[in-house]
Design a protein around this ligand. Structure first.
Ligand code: AMP
Length: 632
């Protein structure tokens, strides 16, 4: 088949060869209170500054700007199948709630540059507070509700928020999950203490308030109704938010984003990648604690004048047709979800897929983890809709590789997120030589700086770590490493082949195995451990732990093994949350290591997945691998 991909290739070429011209045109999509003096300052690469000198505001562009034309149309559609609630906020109502939230934060002393930490489930107040922070120039940091006390404490100490916003509880599968006790526990562990904790009382579980520190959202809201809070115009490169993400160390990295570049990039992506226009309705099932939630539940759709669906619930409750029912009811044009959700749906009655009128839906986008061919094909054929696999990371803020139907419709290929997105100068680079790889050669997916608008500007308060973590992977060149393996085929289609590092991906949740190991090691019986990601048919990967005990005689006690395994899993759950809990903990006498003491994770994973562990000449003690084989 002759494929025309001229437009998409040309669009990409322009975005790289004439960066300033390209982004100057795109920047017209948003309101600038003061125009920029320079589109790109790349004088200090790998740091890039976009739209230098321009002043704008994310909240103004996402909310106020749409009041003249569509004040009475839906803006935020909140659906909770957990509490059986549905609230549609029009643009006018959204604007009002955001103003109130901004006034509330102001009354707590929040000013430009202050941090506000948000530890909330998928409830509208999370979006109100995010947008209120943006209005004031305060920097929000949303922490995923599925994380537990230790993760939360680490983030509180790093971001040092003046205010934390939380709630009595979230809910999963119809059962309340208390948040406040986890927050209290985190605050008893963190060095930094916020001045105030603002609590949305959902009435799901009782919660105790600490006098002087803890405040009730509804009470404070009632004091600020109908207050107008002026927008704080920010220089384009001021920080807008911090979102922590896992890496190879135990300390999460605070990915920092700017204001103007993010606004422009997200707004443009809504048209070029997601095929949207003002007045459309967009539905991303992601949690706001992950980057997809920031970019495509809150900012992206609203910046482009599109209504956004915020969903609290699972894809299978009350039944596995719930996503399609929401699409039918709210005439959704584009759905964004994760492969795991679709693999879960695959196990249910296929008739549920065709029960609803999906004529409004143009396309389905899946990201966050590898999309296997079978799942992509199954969904596309069952719904008779295009399924678009898009590849990106917390760091980039929006897709690196994706079909771009708003630029040109091109044939997709199952298993491939297709082509580089405009603005990203993506390469496959050899780790050994630092040179670009040829067609079909495996290498590391890398991006030539400058990173485009909307990508991370640095690591919060740690410029040095930004450079060393991302830009020092290849000999002789300062190119951004995604830490993913990749390959490009003869026709230019890209394939992602897994992580180069110890980061794993469980049901679309990016987790650092180091963080889980640190938690396993806090159990008093454990001497050392290795946690690896093992292939799982539904979740993509699952964490499996191997622990060496201080005293192996503990295993001889009746139920010793089962009890210890349960205890260690519990420790991980309490420190890192249920998402990080290993599916199994296996006990071994020693871990397979190289002579320099590095754990041979790849060999362990291979054994777990029943594959050949490969070249083992570097193993210090081959019997350690035999033990792993034995316990499996
Ligand atoms: P996160 O920063 O949590 O979004 O995780 C980013 C990582 O998820 C990437 O570095 C990849 O390893 C993986 N990932 C995201 N999207 C895809 C995709 N479409 N295909 C394959 N892997 C993906």
């Amino acid at each position: 088949m002759e494929i025309s991909m001229q437009k998409i290739r040309e669009f990409h070429r322009q975005s790289i060869q004439d960066r300033e011209g390209f982004w100057a045109r795109e920047a017209r999509r948003i309101h600038w209170e003061t125009p920029w003096s320079k589109v790109l300052d790349d004088s200090r690469l790998p740091f890039a500054r976009w739209f230098v000198g321009g002043r704008t505001n994310l909240c103004y562009n996402a909310v106020d700007r749409w009041l003249d034309t569509q004040a009475d149309q839906p803006a935020l559609i909140w659906v909770s199948t957990e509490t059986d609630q549905e609230i549609v906020y029009t643009w006018a109502e959204l604007a009002r709630e955001v103003q109130v939230a901004a006034a509330m934060l102001q009354s707590l002393g929040v000013v430009q540059g202050d941090r506000v930490l948000i530890y909330l489930p998928m409830i509208p107040q999370a979006a109100f507070i995010m947008l209120a922070c943006a209005r004031l120039g305060a920097i929000h940091s949303v922490v995923f509700g599925g994380f537990a006390a230790h993760n939360l404490a680490q983030r509180i100490d790093d971001a040092q928020p003046g205010v934390v916003v939380s709630t009595d509880a979230g809910s999963r599968g119809g059962r309340p999950i208390a948040y406040k006790p986890l927050l209290d526990q985190a605050l008893s562990q963190s060095v930094h203490q916020p001045d105030h904790v603002l609590l949305v009382d959902r009435g799901l579980v009782p919660m105790s308030l600490q006098a002087g520190r803890d405040l009730d959202y509804a009470t404070l809201r009632a004091r600020h109704l109908d207050v107008q809070v002026p927008v704080v115009w920010l220089e384009s490169n001021e920080p807008s938010y911090i979102l922590y993400t896992s890496g190879t160390t135990g300390n999460p990295k605070g990915v920092q984003r700017d204001v103007g570049g993010y606004a422009v990039a997200l707004c443009a992506s809504m048209e070029y990648i997601f095929g949207g226009k003002p007045g459309d309705t967009y539905f991303s099932t992601s949690d706001i604690g992950w980057v997809v939630g920031h970019s495509y539940v809150v900012y992206g759709p609203l910046l482009n004048g599109q209504a956004t669906v915020m969903y609290e619930g699972t894809p299978i409750r009350p039944d596995a047709a719930i996503l399609w029912r929401i699409i039918e009811t709210h005439r959704v044009n584009a759905l964004f979800s994760a492969p795991t959700a679709i693999r879960v749906l695959k196990k249910h009655d296929p008739a549920l897929l065709t029960r609803h009128d999906l004529s409004s839906l143009d396309r389905i986008y899946l990201a966050g983890e590898p999309l296997d061919e079978l799942t992509g094909q199954w969904l596309s054929e069952a719904l008779n809709k295009p399924v678009i696999d898009n590849y990106w990371q917390t760091e980039t803020g929006w897709p690196i590789l994706s079909a771009q139907p708003g630029v040109e419709e091109v044939p997709t290929r199952y298993g491939s997120p297709t082509f580089p997105v405009y603005g990203f100068d993506v390469r496959v680079v050899s780790e050994a030589s630092g040179l670009d790889s040829g067609p079909n050669e495996k290498g590391v997916v890398a991006i030539e700086p400058p990173l485009p608008p909307g990508a991370m500007s640095t690591i919060w308060r740690n410029d040095e770590r930004f450079v060393t973590t991302y830009f020092e992977s290849f000999p002789g060149r300062q190119t951004y490493s995604t830490s993913d393996w990749g390959r490009v085929d003869d026709d230019g289609y890209w394939f992602i082949l897994g992580r180069t590092d110890d980061v794993i991906n469980v049901a679309g949740h990016r987790l650092g195995t180091r963080e889980i190991e640190e938690s396993v090691n806090t159990h008093p019986a454990v001497a050392e451990s290795a946690v690896v990601g093992v292939a799982d048919p539904i979740k993509g990967q699952q964490a499996v732990g191997f622990a060496v005990l201080r005293d192996s005689a503990l295993l001889d006690a009746p139920d010793g093994r089962t009890r210890l395994e349960a205890e260690i899993k519990k420790v991980v759950e309490q420190r890192n949350g249920a998402v990080a809990r290993p599916s199994r903990i296996l006990f071994v006498g020693s871990l397979p290591k190289t002579r320099s003491g590095k754990v041979l994770r790849r060999a362990i994973v291979a054994l777990c997945e029943g594959r050949d562990p490969g070249d083992l000449t570097a193993v210090e003690d081959p019997s350690a691998l035999e033990q792993i084989r034995g316990v499996l």
